[in-house]
Write a protein that binds this ligand. Structure first.
Ligand code: DCM
Length: 136
């Protein structure tokens, strides 16, 4: 039986900032999402806080150590039963590499945010995340 009391599956994504830029990651899978850009992240595992899940996902997918700063306000629907929540995070160590799920990464300044084809569901999250970027 499906446990509906548990609520939606939460996907956590990171607005990862470094030196006034935001990291965008191009998905390599699945086919219907491949080539589109996202804030990297993934699903919560049982017992994890969203912050722990995000730090783990960014380590696995990008090979970097990060710390979360605060939640970006909002919640965005994905496929039925899934929601996207975003945390601002900063890079502590490492240089992100597309180890898993992505085939290209780009650091974008505020004026470059429209230069990649974001997943539709990530666009409002990116607009919110942009508020933490410097004006120039
Ligand atoms: N997802 C998304 N936007 C993100 C991160 C994930 O739309 N910034 C979606 C893609 C998948 C699901 O969430 O359908 C789970 O992500 P993953 O496959 O990366 O675990």
């Amino acid at each position: 039986m499906t446990d509906r009391s548990a609520g939606p599956v939460v996907v956590v994504a990171g607005a990862l900032y470094d030196r006034g830029r935001l990291l965008a990651a191009r998905r390599s899978a699945p086919a219907e999402l491949a080539g589109r850009w996202e804030l990297p992240g993934g699903k919560l595992e049982p017992g994890e806080s969203p912050e722990e899940a995000l730090v783990r996902e960014l380590r696995e997918e990008l090979g970097v150590e990060t710390e979360t700063i605060r939640r970006i306000p909002g919640e965005w629907p994905l496929k039925p039963g899934y929601v996207l929540r975003v945390w601002a995070a900063r890079l502590l160590s490492g240089d992100p590499e597309p180890l898993e799920d992505h085939d290209e990464l780009r650091w974008l300044a505020r004026h470059e945010l429209d230069s990649v084809d974001w997943l539709d569901q990530d666009r409002p999250a990116v607009a919110e995340a942009a508020r933490l970027l410097p004006e120039v």
